[in-house]
Design a protein around this ligand. Sequence first.
Ligand SMILES: Nc1ncnc2c1ncn2[C@@H]1O[C@H](COP(=O)(O)OP(=O)(O)O)[C@@H](O)[C@H]1O
Ligand SMILES: [Mg+2]
Length: 171
Amino acid sequence: MSAAGPQHIVVMGVSGSGKTTVGALLAEALGWRFIEGDAFHPEANVAKMSAGQPLDDADRKPWLEALAAQIARDDAAGRSSVVGCSSLKRAYRDILRSGAPRVRFLHVHGDRDLLLERVSNRPDHFFPPALLDSQLATLEPLGPDEDGVVVDIALAAPAQVRSARAALGLD
Ligand SMILES: Nc1ncnc2c1ncn2[C@@H]1O[C@H](COP(=O)(O)OP(=O)(O)O)[C@@H](O)[C@H]1O
Ligand SMILES: [Mg+2]
């Protein structure tokens, strides 16, 4: 797994699962850049989410393509990255995988009650907690053929990073 060349770890999971927290910490530990997926949403998507309306696949397409383009730019520059992006469906992950040869996933997941607590406590939340259930219904976990691992949200963030690094062969 120590093949030369960049790789990109997409931290996936529903809103409030800890993608930004764990992703930023993992990137710092690895010395890689962290890309905040939320920052790639078109204005129209942010407005929709603020109004409490779930995004549909047509809304998500330009967002995911913009993120794949960012992954492609980093890859072409020889830079590995950690990307925070919910990536709930396999089709979304397929778009992200189209950005570079080695796009892998870290799924932060766990108990619904804890997720609800986390999304409610998030300081910069623009995502109403009521949308959590629609996200959980949408979620397609990683398939056995997809390069990725799962970490439990119940772990403290540094422990999540240790667990993820070991599972991804990034120690
Ligand atoms: N492992 C963790 N343990 C405790 N609290 C956490 C953990 N990860 C994240 N949090 C807290 O949960 C909330 C949601 O985390 P955040 O990283 O913003 O999630 P996401 O980016 O997936 O929406 C934040 O208030 C964050 O500080
Ligand atoms: Mg986030």
